[in-house]
Design a protein around this ligand. Structure first.
Ligand code: ZN
Length: 462
């Protein structure tokens, strides 16, 4: 059985014959080390980029990352570089790959009622990774886990259904499921972490209700999340008991109210703008002071590049809700697009003073300075974003472009390399680092650092 999956994974990765790029250090039939897990995560991410449709909406990416980091901040020293991804897929699902790669489907984000509910799902998945549950399942060795994950990946999309891979993918999903005991641990610790991080742990129960509803509505075609996380009365009772044992604090994270915005952005990505506009115009008709409706209408018009309407709705939303860093960030970005640089600075300054640790505020600020041809300030802003979120490929990519405009080509290639490296595009990272090395010269201090980085990337590829 395992051999068949292994074969399938090798096919999906493009491994052929004996001259394969099979990671030689992963020993067969030995328990996984943390290094194995990091490698599994990387291989999976590279493959997932080809096989899954990932959402590249900066607000959405940042939103999920923010929740994940907030949870991680109470989970002790991190043993992995955690990455969060959103998959464009209507199925209710979320999963974690050993080594720290967490994937959430848009179908799940669109069904939750609050950020706290999503935090509950992420908390649960993070416990699986952090406590290295996959390594604790007796049986699978790193290679067969990679193989199973490969088959699991190949099960997405209509192509897979036509090719009959789906059955195998479902079987792989089942084999990758955790034992009841590990699920219990993920539930119990996940709920505790979400409470410690300032989320409402009662939302974990809310999410169980959502999947129960899903099961009742569609008993034949169960969502993948229910296959790996069967909803039993035992599970509900246990989560309930943990929630009741906790003292629920009053601290509310900033992003608690942003779920509506994220859900709207996902609908806009699906070209649902007219439906969004219709829906919120109706709500606005019932109550012209509905700040949320004004905000969502602003987003929808912005998505359709109708700047005057977008500006008008967002400004009205802001008048009603003056202390919303989300609206200010959106306005800052919009003013930048339409060349109203002064207003853009004011809006982004407000967003930054309310939320000085949000890298997206700095990213938009950098973009604004770049449009004003103030490149040194643009660099400073992009560097702030990069330092606040060092694993996010976006800020170094912008740094590469601005340094290029400043004709500092060594720095340009250096940061482009970093962006590619973070996106697991090793070949492009190496090519850019080699260009940077040529420009700085191999004997300079900078050249020496680049040589070290090149060596590290090459070692990682072996
Ligand atoms: Zn689980």
């Amino acid at each position: 059985m395992v051999r068949k999956f292994l074969y399938a994974f090798l096919l999906t990765l493009g491994f052929t014959g004996c001259g394969s790029r099979l990671p030689a250090e992963i020993p067969l039939l030995k328990p996984m080390s943390e290094d194995d897990e990091v490698r599994i995560s990387r291989e999976f991410r590279r493959e997932a980029k080809k096989k899954l449709k990932l959402v590249h909406q900066l607000e959405v990416e940042r939103y999920v990352d923010r929740i994940g980091r907030r949870l991680l901040s109470v989970m002790g020293p991190p043993s992995f570089d955690y990455r969060f991804f959103v998959v464009e897929d209507s199925q209710l699902n979320a999963f974690a790959v050993p080594g720290g790669s967490i994937y959430v489907h848009t179908g799940l984000i669109e069904r939750v009622k609050s950020t706290d509910e999503l935090a509950g799902v992420l908390g649960h998945e993070l416990v699986h990774v952090k406590s290295r549950h996959m390594a604790r399942i007796s049986g699978p060795d790193p290679l067969s886990i990679l193989a199973l994950l490969g088959v699991f990946l190949s099960g997405g999309g209509a192509q897979a259904q036509a090719a009959g891979v789906l059955g195998q993918a479902l079987s792989a999903t089942r084999q990758l499921s955790y034992s009841r005991q590990l699920e219990q641990e993920a539930d119990t610790l996940g709920v505790r972490y979400m409470a410690e991080a300032g989320y409402d742990p009662r939302a974990a129960l809310g999410f169980l209700k959502i999947i129960d509803q899903e099961r009742i509505l569609n008993p034949v075609d169960l969502p993948p999340y229910l296959m790996t996380h069967p909803l039993t009365q035992e599970r509900v009772t246990r989560v309930d008991a943990v929630v009741h044992s906790l003292r629920i604090g009053a601290s509310r994270p900033e992003e608690s109210d942003s779920i509506k915005k994220i859900q709207t952005l996902l609908r806009l990505e699906r070209h649902d703008a007219d439906a969004v506009i219709g829906e919120y115009e109706r709500l606005l008709g019932q109550n012209p002071q509905n700040a949320e409706a004004l905000y969502m209408l602003g987003l929808a018009h912005e998505y359709k590049s109708r700047w005057p309407e977008a500006q008008q709705f967002l400004e009205r939303a802001r008048t009603l809700k003056p202390k919303s860093p989300g609206i200010d960030r959106e306005l800052g970005h919009l003013y930048t697009q339409i060349g109203e640089f002064r207003s853009a600075h004011e809006a982004l300054d407000r967003a930054l003073s309310a939320d000085p640790k949000e890298p997206l505020n700095y990213l938009w600020l950098g973009e604004l300075f770049e449009k004003e041809s103030n490149f040194p300030e643009a660099v400073a802003a992009f560097l702030r974003a990069h330092n606040l979120s060092p694993l996010w490929p976006e800020p170094p990519q912008h740094l590469g472009v601005v340094y290029g405009k400043m004709n500092r080509l060594g720095d340009a290639h250096y940061y482009l390399a970093r962006s590619h490296w973070l996106a697991d595009e090793d070949e492009l990272a190496i090519a850019n680092l080699e260009r940077a090395l040529k420009i700085f010269g191999p004997t300079t201090a900078r050249g020496q650092l680049i040589k070290d980085e090149l060596e590290a990337i090459r070692a990682r590829r072996k």
